[in-house]
Design a protein around this ligand. Structure first.
Ligand SMILES: Nc1ncnc2c1ncn2[C@@H]1O[C@H](COP(=O)(O)OP(=O)(O)OP(=O)(O)O)[C@@H](O)[C@H]1O
Ligand SMILES: [Mg+2]
Length: 453
C-alpha cells in the first residue's frame, strides 16, 4: 500500500518532459538538439539507439536535457517556400525579395528528394529543419486545361481567323530555320477578339491541338501540349504584390514545362480585365504594376518556340497598347459572328448522323445525310430571313428623312456604326419603337437624349 502511494506521489510530482528537435549526432553518445529556440549538446538514454534517430525528428528530453524518447516527425507546422537550394544540405526559404529569409537544413526524409525554388516545405516549430515538401504543383495545375481532339475542321465559319493564325503562328513555328535565315521577326502570340460565344476559346484550344500535332509530325518527337487556361479575373487579388507573383509563377510554369518537353500555350481569357489600359485613377492601381510585370515576363520569352501566348477578349479596345506593341502581341485576329455560310458549316459540325432525328424529314429526301442537309438549310434560311419577330429596332430620324429597320441577327453592325458616328448626328434620332432585346440597352441609352428634344 505504501509502495503504491509512493509510486503515485512520484508520478504526480515529477515535472513534464520537454520536446526538442534532433539536429544530428555530435559523437557516439551525444546529440545536438534545439529546445524552445535554445541549442544543447546532450546525452542520450542508452536504451535509445542514436543511429536510429532521424535528423529533424522530435525528441523527448528530461530535466537534465537527456534524450529519453523518440517521438517521430511532427505532423503539423508552418509552411514556407524555397527561394534557393544552396547545397545538398541546406535550403534558403522565405520571401522572394530577400526580406525575412532564412536557411534551413533538410531533414532525413528530404535528404535525397529533388527540391527546387518555388516548392513549398513544412518547417519544424523551431524553424531549423525542412520536414516535408507539399506539392506546389497543384497550384500550377489549377490552370491546366485539357485540349480535346480539335482539328481545324471542327471550327466552322472562321476561315479568315484560322488563316491569320496559320500565317502568324504556324509558319514561324514549323519553319523556324527560314525565319531565322531571313531575320524575320516572329510574334510571341496573338490576340483573339470579337463578340461572345463565337469561338475564341474554341479557336485557342484548336490552335494548341493542331500546332502540337504538326510539331510532333515534323520533329518526330513525342510532344504534348500544355494548355494553361488563365481567366483574367482569377489573377486579381486584394493582396499587394500577389497578382504579380501569380503572373510570374504562370510564366515560370510555362518555361518549366517547355524544359520538360511540353509545348506550352498560355491562353488568357478575358484579357482586358488584367491587361487593361493603365489610368491615373486610384482604383486602377493594380493594373499599373500588373501590365509592366506582364510585359517584362513576355520580353523574357525568346520566341514562339518557348511559349505561345494567346489573349482573348470581348473588348480589345480596352487592352493596354504596351501589350499589343510590335515585338509582343502584335497580331490581332478578329473572330466574327458567322454569316449564313458560316452558320451552315457550324450546324454541319454538330448535327452528326448519330443523333436521333425525327422521321418526317427522311420522307422528303433519301438518306440521313440528305435529310440533315435539308434540316440545316431550312433552319439557316429561317434564322437569316427578315421577319417581324426578329425585327429589333425601328429608328426614324427627327427630320423624317432616314429610317432604319435592323434585324436581330444584324444588330451588331448597327451598334458599331453608331459608335463611329459623330455624337451630334446621333442626337438626331427621334423615336424608337420595337425594342426586343436587353442587349439593345446601350443603343437605347445613346438614343435617349433625343426624346425630350
Ligand atoms: N465557329 C465555331 N465552330 C464550332 N463551334 C463553335 C464555333 N463558335 C462557337 N462554337 C461553340 O460555342 C461554344 C462557345 O464558344 P467559345 O467558348 O469558344 O466562345 P467565346 O468566343 O470564347 O465566348 P466568350 O467571349 O464568352 O468567352 C464552343 O464550345 C463551341 O461548342
Ligand atoms: Mg471564351
Amino acid at each position: 500500500m505504501i509502495e503504491k502511494l509512493e509510486e503515485v506521489i512520484k508520478k504526480v510530482t515529477s515535472p513534464a518532459n520537454r520536446i526538442g528537435t534532433f539536429l544530428g549526432a555530435t559523437s557516439k553518445e551525444t546529440a545536438h538538439i534545439v529546445v524552445g529556440g535554445a541549442d544543447y549538446f546532450c546525452n542520450i538514454d542508452p536504451r535509445i539507439p542514436l543511429a536510429k534517430l532521424k535528423k529533424g525528428t522530435r525528441v523527448l528530453v528530461n530535466e537534465a536535457f537527456v534524450i529519453v524518447g523518440d517521438l517521430g516527425f511532427e505532423t503539423a507546422g508552418p509552411v514556407t517556400k524555397i527561394t534557393e537550394v544552396i547545397d545538398k544540405d541546406r535550403l534558403r526559404v522565405g520571401s522572394e525579395h530577400g526580406l525575412q529569409s532564412m536557411v534551413l537544413q533538410r531533414s532525413a526524409d528530404l535528404a535525397h528528394s529533388t527540391l527546387k525554388s518555388g516548392d513549398e516545405v513544412r518547417v519544424d516549430s523551431n524553424y531549423r529543419m525542412a520536414l516535408e515538401t507539399l506539392s506546389s504543383t497543384k497550384s500550377h495545375e489549377h490552370y491546366l486545361d485539357n485540349v480535346p481532339e480539335l482539328p481545324w475542321e471542327k471550327v466552322g465559319g472562321q476561315e479568315a481567323a484560322l488563316q491569320a493564325i496559320k500565317d502568324a503562328i504556324e509558319l514561324p513555328l514549323l519553319h523556324a530555320d527560314l525565319f531565322q535565315k531571313f531575320q524575320h521577326a516572329t510574334p510571341k502570340g496573338f490576340l483573339l477578339y470579337g463578340p461572345p460565344g463565337c469561338g475564341k476559346t474554341l479557336i485557342g484550344k484548336a490552335t494548341a491541338y493542331n500546332l502540337t500535332k504538326q510539331l510532333r509530325e515534323k520533329t518526330g518527337a513525342e510532344m504534348q501540349e500544355y494548355f494553361m487556361h488563365v481567366k483574367g479575373p482569377e489573377i486579381l487579388n486584394m493582396w499587394v504584390g500577389e497578382s504579380e507573383r501569380m503572373v510570374r509563377e504562370i510564366f515560370a510554369t510555362a518555361r518549366e514545362k517547355r524544359g520538360e518537353g511540353f509545348m506550352p500555350f498560355l491562353f488568357i481569357d478575358e484579357a482586358e480585365s488584367i491587361l487593361g489600359t493603365r489610368r491615373a485613377s486610384r482604383h486602377s492601381n493594380i493594373l499599373s504594376t500588373l501590365v509592366p510585370m506582364f510585359c517584362s515576363e513576355m520580353d523574357g520569352i525568346d520566341s514562339l518556340n518557348d511559349v505561345v501566348i494567346i489573349l482573348a477578349s470581348n473588348r480589345a479596345d480596352l487592352i493596354d497598347p504596351a501589350i499589343l506593341r510590335p515585338g509582343r502581341i502584335d497580331r490581332k485576329i478578329k473572330v466574327n459572328r458567322p454569316d449564313k455560310e458560316g452558320a451552315r458549316e457550324i450546324y454541319g459540325i454538330y448535327l452528326t448522323d448519330d443523333l436521333p432525328y425525327d422521321g418526317v424529314l427522311a420522307k422528303e429526301v433519301d438518306g440521313l445525310a440528305a435529310s440533315i442537309e435539308r434540316l440545316i438549310e431550312r433552319f439557316v434560311d429561317w434564322q437569316f430571313t427578315r421577319r417581324d419577330e426578329n425585327k429589333f429596332l425601328e429608328v426614324t430620324l427627327r427630320s423624317g428623312r432616314e429610317r432604319y429597320f435592323p434585324y436581330y441577327r444584324r444588330h451588331r453592325r448597327l451598334a458599331q456604326a453608331d459608335r463611329l458616328r459623330p455624337r451630334k448626328r446621333r442626337q438626331n434620332f427621334a423615336c424608337q419603337t420595337g425594342l426586343r432585346r436587353a442587349s439593345a440597352c446601350n443603343l437605347w441609352r445613346d438614343l435617349m437624349p433625343a426624346k425630350g428634344k
